[in-house]
Design a binder for this molecule. Sequence first.
Ligand code: BES
Ligand code: MN
Ligand code: MN
Length: 456
Amino acid sequence: MEQIKNYINQHQERFISELMEMLRIPSVSADSKYKDDVLRNAEFVKKSLVAAGADKSEVCLTPGHPIVYAEKIIDPKLPTVVVYGHYDVQPPDPLDLWDSPPFEPVIKDGLIVARGSCDDKGQMFMHVKAFELMMKTNTLPCNVKFMIEGEEEVGSSNLGNWIRENKERLKGDVILISDTSIIANDIPSIDVGLRGLSYVEVEVTGPNRDLHSGVYGGAVANPITILCEMIAKCKDENNHITIPGFYDKVLTLTKEEREELNRAPFSLDEYKKDLNIDDVHGETGYTTLERTGIRPTFELNGIWGGYIGEGAKTVLPSKAFAKISMRLVPNQTSDEITKLFADHFNSLAPKSVKVKVTPHHGGEPVVTPTDSIAFKAASMAMEATFGKKPIPTRGGGSIPIVALFEKELGLKSVLMGFGLDSDLIHSPNEHYGVFNFLKGIETIPMFFKNFTELSK
Ligand code: BES
Ligand code: MN
Ligand code: MN
């Protein structure tokens, strides 16, 4: 551990400046105008892995954005850790809410501020630097493979095929991922579950053209009004989702499991204060930790239609739209939920409108084991570096590819993240603590050591 700390102390300035260099690349996967930047970021990751000591490192092109693969095999008989991360980022909008430009990283009060600083460039780069550390100090105890993708934020649509085509070279013993949060810098935790996702876009069409709202209003369906009514019908007064069959497969936790989950440190007052809300809002009968951890949701992500420009325009619009995401929990499946939603939504539509439901990407929920060697290795590593045993928690977000790793490669994942929920991922002023970045670099080599020893 001393050796790890010494290496970090000697090289931390460079680690941070290299991360800042990568943060200057606007690798926004959702927007095609950044396609070249995304590729440039893949090259950057590849070069960093080579410089750190990887034998093979390759930018693998896909029909979408590239996947970076690298490996260091020291002995085929030793265990192999497969590291997954993503170098793509969410769009930085709305730009005017950033205190400094999203792709011009700055360090302010110990925080690295830039799009992607936490999600996931900062967390992914900890693995590159931890690998460098193990290579340069001659302490890499087992084999390592890296699979760093550029499409996580848009649903990983090409990674599934790529892993199916590369099953042989992805052989390993565990997937290690840092793309989640801890409870607080003095309360380490490990996510043991991620929610799945079913994402749809809906279009409601009324008349065949925009109409004068005086001449036609009152006699023809207004698609915005109808859309709002249909959406309102998807939940009841207890915020319970009313889509028939929606909860049929939901795995209910035992009283003990729920108690265990609610033992995690959490202050409702601080939560409300942080968000500047007077009350929380959710499904009756569940705590906030349960609402985000073990219960499925139905959320509107965007809704539009009609006139939204300056001043007033008396229009009865032809169309209205919404983007809706449903977070899923075990044992719901995204295809099934998307279908249940589509059937229900169609059934809610009055004859005066037409409805179109377009599914986007989906992903399956996962729970990761807590009785595995890998979980133990991560828990021990965090306990050593934080001085406290990490608490198993359920994260509300999704990393859809984790379920696929299990299905296609037969490999379980360990979600050893170092972010904080307050890091503003996907929001303006996203940041990542220098403390968290360095703590990750310190903890990862401990994981490798523990995992190798426990595997014997
Ligand atoms: N790293 C996040 C997921 C996450 C964040 C999990 C915090 C747990 C805690 C990931 O990059 C992400 O944003 N995933 C998307 C899903 C994707 C299909 C767009 C999400 O959760 O919305
Ligand atoms: Mn992420
Ligand atoms: Mn994300």
